[in-house]
Design a protein around this ligand. Structure first.
Ligand SMILES: Cc1cc2nc3c(=O)[nH]c(=O)nc-3n(C[C@H](O)[C@H](O)[C@H](O)COP(=O)(O)O)c2cc1C
Length: 177
């Protein structure tokens, strides 16, 4: 269920046992968004929220999954701000945090920089769900950076070139009842 700006984010669908899940994401080229949508398929009844367009009402949810694309070793600024502003509330939820990135080796470092010690300690799952470099969606400097990066890392096993279905399954399984 994708929340849109015209919809009040105050009425998520009830799951069995009133266990409500929010999947909030911030994405530049659609990869974190696609991962969030895949999670929503694995967790029927969960609400999807695009953090670049709206702010969800956290009090409506028991469980929160936050996802973000990565650029220059930083998570999307809207996800970063959301994590910072809502740290106290998020610490009371069942929480998972995923990133969509290409350089698998840097995942821990990116999460350590972006997420407070408190939330890293509280999260039931944190990690990368893979990523892609979509040249067709990139322009200007972004495209130049991405082309240089993709040449440099061609055939490197440590580089994510697709979304990681296994990681998505593992993340979703943390929220099965
Ligand atoms: C300009 C640019 C910079 C990037 N910087 C990084 C980076 O520092 N580390 C990394 O792992 N991936 C980096 N990536 C790859 C993205 O994280 C990857 O494409 C991801 O799937 C994007 O998710 P999104 O489409 O949800 O924004 C970069 C991609 C671009 C286009």
């Amino acid at each position: 269920m994708e929340l849109t700006i015209s919809e009040a984010p105050t009425a998520p669908r009830l799951l069995k046992g009133d266990f409500m899940i929010l999947i909030a994401y911030a994405s530049k080229t659609g990869n974190a968004q696609q991962a969030a949508q895949k999670l929503a398929e694995l967790l029927p009844g969960a609400s999807l929220c695009d953090l670049t367009k709206m702010t969800p009402q956290l009090e409506n949810y028991d469980s929160v999954i936050i996802g973000a694309g990565v650029r220059m070793n930083s998570i999307h600024k809207d996800a970063k701000e959301f994590l910072e502003k809502n740290q106290a509330t998020l610490g009371t939820k069942k929480l998972a945090i995923f990133i969509s990135n290409c350089f698998a080796d840097t995942t821990d470092q990116v999460l350590q920089t972006a997420v407070s010690d408190e939330l890293r300690g509280a999260a039931v799952w944190m990690g990368s769900v893979g990523g892609r470099l979509d040249m067709a969606k990139l322009k200007g400097l972004d495209k130049i950076v991405a082309m240089a990066a993709s040449k440099a890392v061609k055939d490197d096993q440590r580089v994510n070139v697709e979304l990681d279905e296994v990681a998505l399954d593992k993340l979703a399984a943390c929220f099965y009842q």
